[in-house]
Structure formats: structure tokens, C-alpha cells
Design a protein around this ligand. Structure first.
Ligand code: GUN
Length: 283
């Protein structure tokens, strides 16, 4: 089988264009959707992500307010900024870019954030709601993964889904969201025995293990949907967790890296910001 390419750039552009229309409708009601983006320190990858998020806001008419803090920022200073943004009626979404410098505590930062402004879906209340199947802010990358799978038109229900990787940001929430859609879900990770065999029985593979080209074609079941969340920087450029060229011969649908999940993450952040603005605007 030769795969169809799941074009994240194209699907994300379609979503952004519908968000743009919804933003105009909110503005007509006097609501100006606004995202506060907090970047602490000089992590080069974080700077790139933050720039992409701001660009996405600009394209859709969402106002982005950037707070760039020096790497030496104290924990108290960061918490006090987040609390200030919680109280600011003009700000609908707050995003603190991770990872934070080592002396800052990410868990505590999330704990003080108003969960209704947590457009990343990282606050414990939103995580708990996600696992319980309650309405919440769904984290952006997992939401992008599900949107890509659903765009194929192939039902998730009843399928065997294997997620490789168990991070709080991707693996665990993707697994919850697939389970909520009635997939039979396995989470595989670095300690999984016979990982190759586990992945090889999957109808849906979500690769989020963080190892370049770790998932090879021999692990892919003929006709599987393969979603590659990996972003690995190698001398020859950015590659995913899947050996794309070979795996594409066996999958029915597969995401490229770059141009697959990445652009979807941004679109989902904008969607969550729009949702937050709509909800808070009703108050
Ligand atoms: N670091 C890596 N991914 C993310 C994300 O989705 N949101 C934030 N805030 N930080 C991240």
C-alpha cells in the first residue's frame, strides 16, 4: 500500500481560516480574543514555538501579548505575573511556554493559573476532566493528533491504537482521548517488552517517544494510520520518530515531519483561545 499523506499544513490552514471568521464574530460582539504568552529564558526551540504561536494569532485576528522574562526570573515574579493575568479581564488565554529554567517549578505555575484560561490544558483540573471525559480544554498537540486521525474519515471506535511515549503533554492525554473515542488503547514506552510486536498489531500508531526514526516499516501493520509527533533535530534537519519513507509504503495514512502534527498544535491553541474568549465573553 502507498500511503496518503496527512497534510497538517493544509488542514491547519483550513481550521485557521474558520477561526478567523469566528474571531470576527466575537469582535462584533465587543470581545477581543487575547492570548498572553509567557516565555522565560533563552531556550532556542521555545523561542521558535512562541514565534509560531504569535504568528498564528496574527493570522487569525487573535491579539497576542508576549511577556519575555529573563532566565534569572524568580519563582515569585513568575507566579505574580500569572496571577496578574488571571485577574486581567482582557486576557482570555494564558500560555507559559515549557520547559522553564530548572529553578522554576512548572507544577506550581500551573497550579496558580486560572483553569478557565489554561488554553494548554495542562492544569490538573483540566487533566482530571480530560481523563473523566468531561468538557475541558484539551491539550493542543493531542487535540491536533485526534483531529488529524478524524480527518481521514476512518472511525476510531473499535480500533487498536498504540501510543509510544507516556509524557504528560502528549502520550497520556492522547491515550485518554483515543479511549474516549472507544479505541482499544495501549501505551508503550521505553520499558515495554517486545515494543516492536506491540506496535505491529496497531491499526493506529501515535509515535511520541522522542527518538529519531525509531518506528521502522517492519513495525507498521499494513493499512495502519501513523501519526508522528516526534521532532528530532539531526545534522541533516528535523526528522520524526517514524522512518517516514519506508513506513509510508505500508500505512494507509501517515503524517510527514515537518508539516504534520506541528502546524496542528498551533491551530488547536488558537481554537482553545477562541473557546476561552467565547466563554469568558458570556460572563
Ligand atoms: N512545550 C512543548 N510543548 C508545549 C506546549 O504545547 N505548550 C507549552 N506551554 N509548552 C510546551
Amino acid at each position: 500500500m502507498i500511503s496518503n499523506i496527512l497534510d497538517g499544513r493544509k488542514i491547519s490552514a483550513e481550521i485557521r481560516s474558520s477561526i478567523k471568521e469566528e474571531v470576527l464574530k466575537l469582535k462584533a460582539r465587543g470581545i477581543n480574543p487575547t492570548l498572553a504568552v509567557v516565555l522565560v529564558g533563552e531556550n532556542p526551540a521555545s523561542k521558535v514555538y512562541v514565534r509560531q504561536k504569535e504568528k498564528g494569532c496574527g493570522e487569525t485576528g487573535i491579539t497576542s501579548r508576549k511577556y519575555e522574562l529573563p532566565a534569572e526570573t524568580t519563582h515569585e515574579e513568575l507566579l505574580s505575573l500569572v496571577k496578574k493575568l488571571n485577574e486581567d479581564k482582557e486576557v482570555h488565554g494564558i500560555l507559559v511556554q515549557f520547559p522553564l529554567p530548572a529553578h522554576l517549578n512548572e507544577t506550581e505555575v500551573l497550579a496558580v493559573m486560572n483553569p478557565e484560561k489554561d488554553v494548554d490544558g495542562f492544569h490538573a483540573l483540566n487533566v482530571g476532566k480530560l481523563v473523566s471525559g468531561l468538557p475541558c480544554f484539551e491539550p493542543c498537540t493531542p487535540k491536533g493528533v485526534i483531529t488529524l486521525i478524524e480527518s481521514t474519515g476512518i472511525p476510531i471506535e473499535g480500533k487498536s491504537a498504540v501510543v509510544t511515549g507516556r509524557s504528560n503533554i502528549v502520550g497520556k492525554p492522547v491515550a485518554s482521548m483515543l479511549l474516549a473515542r472507544n479505541a482499544t488503547v495501549t501505551i508503550a514506552h521505553s520499558k515495554t517488552r517486545n515494543l516492536q510486536k506491540v506496535v505491529a498489531q496497531a491499526d493506529i500508531v501515535v509515535a511520541a517517544i522522542g527518538k529519531p526514526r525509531f518506528i521502522t516499516a517492519d513495525m507498521i501493520k499494513e493499512g495502519a494510520i501513523v501519526i508522528d509527533v516526534g521532532i528530532n533535530r539531526l545534522p541533516e534537519g528535523i526528522v520524526g520518530d517514524v522512518d517516514f519513507k519506508e513506513a509510508a509504503r505500508k500505512a494507509s495514512w501517515i503524517t510527514p515531519v515537518p508539516g504534520g502534527v506541528g502546524p496542528m498544535t498551533i491551530a488547536m491553541l488558537l481554537q482553545n483561545t477562541l473557546l476561552a474568549a467565547g466563554k469568558q465573553g458570556e460572563n
